[in-house]
Design a protein around this ligand. Structure first.
Ligand SMILES: C[S@@+](CC[C@H](N)C(=O)[O-])C[C@H]1O[C@@H](n2cnc3c(N)ncnc32)[C@H](O)[C@@H]1O
Length: 239
């Protein structure tokens, strides 16, 4: 039976035709974009910045690396091959109670790499007085930049960023024996000696550090006096 169009049904039809037309218009770009695609994140407008060292022959933060200009942030840390080594040591530290203490934060790159290997419960305390960086940042800007790099880890309670001279930190530390210390602040004989002596005094279960290399003879001498590295990768040493 033929239906008679009432004024209400006419206006409903017109409204639905208008809605379909409108949808055809607005969905065009969506249809275009959702065609089967070899859409890589970059092609879709998202740039993925990989955490990778620069393709450069410039030295990393070892020896002459500390003086070079145009310093890439990924050079402001240990040698690339030593990152996996440090993470292995961090995994060993999981069986011990107590925090991981890093002496010398700089940008927090090793801090972050250690955080990737620790248990969620393990805490990293990273100490720096922000007296040195290769970009001539003021201490306040340097400390803030590092806090920004470490923001998530700090806010989630995994990392504590301590702004303090290391020797003052040593004097005032009242926490439990560290599961691991990573010594990477001042690379001369007397300061490295103080670092290792403190780590032993507080009962650190694993004592490691950076810059056991010819350019830092003082570090080599002290580490050797304490028995020499039981393990080493690039210039990262473990007593
Ligand atoms: C070689 S960088 C640390 C690099 C960092 N461990 C990494 O691998 O990513 C040395 C850092 O030690 C800090 N530093 C130097 N003397 C210090 C001191 N007496 N107390 C605390 N930090 C110090 C500097 O400000 C600098 O940020």
């Amino acid at each position: 039976m033929a239906m008679t169009a009432t004024p209400e049904s006419k206006s409903t039809n017109m409204a639905s035709r208008a809605a379909r037309k409108l949808w055809r218009e607005v969905s065009r770009p969506i249809r275009r974009m959702s065609r089967p695609a070899q859409v890589t994140p970059a092609a879709a407008g998202h740039e993925t910045i990989e955490f990778a060292p620069p393709a450069s022959s410039q030295p990393f933060l070892t020896g002459s690396g500390a003086q070079i200009s145009g310093f890439h942030p990924q050079q402001a840390t240990v040698e690339p091959e030593a990152i996996a080594f440090i993470q292995k040591i961090v995994r060993e530290s999981r069986r011990h109670a107590g925090p991981i203490i890093e002496v010398g934060t700089l940008l927090g790159i090793t801090t972050t790499n250690m955080a990737l290997a620790k248990t969620p419960e393990q805490k990293i305390i990273t100490v720096d007085n922000y007296c040195w960086n290769p970009w001539a940042l003021t201490p306040d800007v340097h400390a803030s930049l590092t806090a920004t790099v470490l923001h998530y880890l700090i806010k989630s309670g995994q990392v504590e960023q301590v702004r303090m001279d290391k020797n003052e930190f040593f004097r005032t530390y009242r926490g439990p024996a560290p599961a691991m210390v990573f010594l990477d602040a001042v690379h001369d004989y007397p300061e490295t000696k103080k670092d290792i002596e403190w780590a032993q005094k507080v009962g650190a279960r694993i004592i490691a550090g950076h810059d056991y290399c010819e350019e830092f003879k003082g570090v080599m001498q002290v580490v050797d006096e304490f028995g020499g590295p039981r393990e080493q990768c690039a210039s990262v040493w473990v007593l």
